[in-house]
Design a protein around this ligand. Sequence first.
Ligand SMILES: *Cc1c(COP(=O)(O)O)cnc(C)c1O
Ligand code: SF4
Length: 359
Amino acid sequence: MPAPFATSVFPVQLNATRRSVVHPRDLPENLVADRQALAPVSERFPMKINPYFLGLIRSADDPLGRQVIPHPDELRDAAGAEDPLAEERQSPAPQILHRYPHRVVFLVSSRCAVHCRFCMRKRRVADGPQVPVAMIDKGLDYIRAHTEINEVILSGGDPLMLADDRLLSILQALRRIGHVRLLRLHSRMPIVQPRRVTPDLAAGLARFHPLYLNVHCNHPGEITSASAAACGLLADAGIALGSQSVLLRGVNDAAEILTALFEGLLAIRVKPYYLHQLDRVPGTAHFEVPLAVGLELMAALRGRLSGMAIPHYMIDLPGGGGKIALTPDAVVEKLPSHWRVRNWQGRVYDYPCAASPKK
Ligand SMILES: *Cc1c(COP(=O)(O)O)cnc(C)c1O
Ligand code: SF4
């Protein structure tokens, strides 16, 4: 008789192949020729690639590989700041970032399924222990004490790296705070580890409406049947889905790629929310796209894409000044009777202005 469960004979090997790659020597040979050369890079900026995302990469230089495989250029970048947005200065309590009066970012997790090489918060992301419960409790105390806060954005790291019961208990605690009305999650898991999104998780989250979730997705190659299924489960649970993308050289800095990305996101029920200009943390210079190019790309999208598919192009000001949306210059000239504006084809029109009301 054949053994009923042949695979159980090889539990060790199976587990080994399922582990995330955290050292260049464990990268598949066909992806990187000189893995040894990457060791110093991953010592400076720790790497992590989970098996699912690794399976989508065809070469170290493809748009998915570039996002997570260490690159020697990271060590050639002397510029950049560990905390360009002065988040630590705007952290009045453990795990809380409080920049705008009515909303806070609550960093409930320090772990991610992959370490993005360009991560703006990599100073706080590690494959180590999770944020201690006592710190989360201190953050909750801060939100409770500040009645002006009406929105809490769970971020990290990735909040979906927490076990369901931990995550849901944090949401429960937040829902018990009368002045907190909106809950938002920022997570890359529906894209980089779609199986994390289970029917149980979706049903658990649905207890806390109004709940919004923004995924992080940078290239159409990240949109798969698995990520579509994950987003479908969340959308079916009534969770409004948005996306954040980072404009990255060699990944998505072309109009055709952004078009496919934003159309692909809408097709899996995700509304493109923000396209972020890269925040210049150390080791990221090789990803930088000039602002002028970013604006040209945004202008090129206007004619090609449904308005539903177009995100805001955002810069986050150094020193904690906050976010600003940049738009291609539409206004050519402002005259008292009319404004002269340029449309998506570059044609100029006069738009009549109402006279200002007399004071
Ligand atoms: C980005 C950010 C927010 C959220 O901004 P939205 O424009 O509402 O998405 C809130 N607080 C901090 C500190 C942020 O960096
Ligand atoms: S998933 Fe987000 S927080 Fe985590 S490493 Fe990537 S960019 Fe950073």
